[in-house]
Design a protein around this ligand. Structure first.
Ligand code: MG
Length: 340
């Protein structure tokens, strides 16, 4: 019996009957031998962590574009905060922590530079539209290459969790939506929302865009005065509101969380200071896309020749960090400064 067999046996003995067991995974698109001492979900998590797409998250915008301040969240710190919150919940519910962490680390790999500004530009130009959760799956399935044409070759459950992670809003509205095929995937959807609602408030207060007094009073009364109090209340509400394989929050906490999220969408994200930067980022990316379609480079057109030039160019832009996009724009459209 290998160590992996023992770990799988421990999962069977100790996890909830609603947990996804590594030994019962539906497997990978391209079958490969199991590892002697890591379960399938541990391997998936490790593959994502070691990918180039994961490292690029550190220079991608969360909400504040190419921030100068060291304390603003990036996609990477957002991803790590989601992973922390989701693992806490998974452990408390006796779900599979390795699967939860793998989904968390991979869920935002498809985010463009400049956050949702980038997503909306690529959505304008790509036939069929651009959705970051579909792109996250495309990154792990195709764009990030371990071996020729196999992508990271992740398990079905991790791929499903990545594709279906954007259901947080519907769940906070109390809707029962068709979501991920595992409880771990459903936990991730809500924990993604718990993370961004809290850290976006924290960053917005840091930036001087809002103050605590601006937030809906009733929601703050229920959830708490500080970031850590609010995260804790939401996590407790999620753990206590979930039972028998149904992932949900205690209604009062769910409603307060939804109210806070709605406040951000109505007041913070469209505010002038953020929107002004978003408009600049959109202009930059539209012009970059147009230029690269008319003047493809080996990098911009370097994807799978079976894909259209449009698709390859979108993949190239989607993979850029904020810094890379800014530098490329400067190289293309600004005159070089010649030195003596
Ligand atoms: Mg996210």
């Amino acid at each position: 019996m290998t160590l992996r067999h023992q770990l799988e046996e421990r999962e069977r003995r100790t996890l909830s009957p609603f947990a996804a067991l590594a030994a019962e995974s539906r497997g990978r698109c391209h079958p490969e031998p199991e590892h002697d001492y890591r379960t399938a979900y541990q391997r998936d998590r490790d593959r994502i962590l070691h990918s180039k797409a994961f490292r690029r998250l550190k220079h991608k915008t969360q909400v504040f574009l190419a921030p100068e301040g060291d304390h603003y969240r990036t996609r990477l710190t957002h991803t790590l905060e989601v992973a922390q919150i989701a693992r806490t919940v998974a452990r408390a519910l006796f779900l599979n922590e390795d699967l939860t962490e793998a989904i968390a680390l991979g869920h935002d790999l498809g985010h463009t530079p400049f956050g949702h500004a980038g997503e909306s530009v690529l959505n304008e130009v790509l036939d069929g539209g651009y959705f970051h959760y579909e792109q996250s799956l495309r990154v792990v399935d195709k764009l990030e290459c371990r071996r020729q044409g196999m992508g990271l070759n992740l398990t079905h459950e991790v791929r499903d969790g990545i594709l279906n992670h954007s259901r947080g809003k519907a769940i906070l509205q109390g809707k029962r939506v068709t979501s991920a095929c595992t409880c771990e995937g459903e936990v991730l959807s809500i924990c993604d929302a718990i993370a961004y609602v809290n850290h976006d408030i924290d960053d917005a207060i840091r930036a001087g865009l809002i103050s605590l007094e601006d937030l809906p009073r009733e929601a703050i009364h229920v959830l708490g005065q500080t970031t850590s109090e609010r995260i804790n209340t939401m996590v407790v509400g999620l753990v206590e509101g979930s039972r028998d394989g149904v992932i949900d929050m205690v209604p009062e906490i769910r409603e307060a969380t939804h109210e806070l999220r709605s406040y951000l969408y109505a007041n913070l994200y469209p505010c002038h200071a953020i929107d002004k930067e978003i408009q600049k980022a959109k202009k930059l990316l539209r012009e970059l896309y147009q230029h690269l379609i008319e003047h493809p480079t080996p990098e911009s057109a370097g994807g799978d020749p079976a894909d259209s030039l449009q698709r390859r160019t979108v993949d190239f832009i989607a993979g850029m960090t904020d810094h890379y996009a800014l530098q490329l724009y400067q190289d293309i459209f600004f005159p070089a400064a010649w030195q003596e």
